[in-house]
Design a binder for this molecule. Structure first.
Ligand SMILES: Nc1ncnc2c1ncn2[C@@H]1O[C@H](COP(=O)(O)OP(=O)(O)O)[C@@H](O)[C@H]1O
Ligand SMILES: [Mg+2]
Length: 247
């Protein structure tokens, strides 16, 4: 087993009286696709938000490439190469596609050699390149996000992670809003990330997708990790039993 790239130890997070994540240990190694599974409300999204900096865990530590990142700001964690595609998409609805790929890292140019302004054309061109790599077509990159389909928005979020060369990609239900051909592209992308040594945490309800791409399955139930199984040892039936608590 290679050294883990990401290690989370003893992570807990409450919402009022509710324990959303309860003393969870979780690791990801280089080039590994780890599926995070569990019923609605099991704590999957909350756990990844404790990793990506959206929440500060109340107990436990998160380290990435040997550095302690527990409770760091989301922008710092992104800067270190952890790109997260959230279930509740964190894109700017009123900006165009290019601007969304560069959100928080805008490209600028000098106007009259003086004034620094955002270089919208260059951002759209670069965004177009990233979308091309994904083989995803959006008719006009000048369109505001609010006018795109769920699938197209998801593609923009993935293009953004790809463009910035994520060191760890976290995808929370990336295919939920997508049509079948687009879902296939996302699965192909996950495989190509793994081939380039970039680990992926994949949250998905589509067990078929998960079984097709994951190297390891981590199953959560009521805030706790109840199973951690290599793909080779997992059957769909076993996974379902763990998810519903009948294993
Ligand atoms: N912002 C929040 N405020 C209050 N409760 C929340 C919040 N986010 C999640 N929860 C609760 O925490 C539990 C875990 O939720 P979540 O992590 O979204 O689960 P999953 O992603 O596995 O469906 C659920 O009971 C959910 O209702
Ligand atoms: Mg969720």
């Amino acid at each position: 087993m290679p050294e883990p790239v990401l290690t989370a130890r003893g992570i807990s997070k409450h919402f009022g009286g509710l324990t959303a994540v309860d003393d969870v240990d979780f690791e990801v190694s280089a080039g590994e696709v780890v599926a995070l599974l569990g019923d609605n409300g099991a704590g999957k999204s909350t756990l990844i938000k404790c990793i990506s900096g959206v929440y500060r865990p109340e107990t436990g530590e998160v380290s990435f490439k040997g550095a302690d990142i527990t409770g760091h700001a989301p922008a710092d964690i992104r800067q270190r190469g952890i790109e997260t595609i959230y279930q509740d998409l964190a894109l700017a609805e009123n900006l165009d596609v290019g601007a969304n790929v560069f959100l928080g890292k805008e490209l600028t140019r000098r106007l009259l050699g003086l004034l620094s302004v955002t270089d919208d054309q260059r951002m759209r061109n670069e965004a177009a390149g990233a979308l091309d790599q994904l083989d995803i077509h959006i008719p006009s990159l000048k369109q505001k996000l609010v006018n795109l389909s769920g699938g197209q928005r998801q593609a923009v979020a993935i293009a953004r992670a790809l463009y910035w060369q994520a060191q760890l990609m976290i995808m929370d239900e990336p295919t939920a809003a997508l049509a079948v051909p687009e879902q296939r592209k996302v699965l192909a992308l996950i495989r190509s990330l793994r081939e380039s040594g970039i680990p992926v945490i994949l949250i998905s309800h589509t067990l078929h997708d998960v079984m097709a791409v994951a190297d390891r399955l981590v199953i959560m139930r009521r805030g706790q990790v109840v199973a951690n199984i290599p793909r080779a040892e997992a059957s769909e039936e076993l996974v379902v039993r763990h998810i519903v608590g009948a294993a």
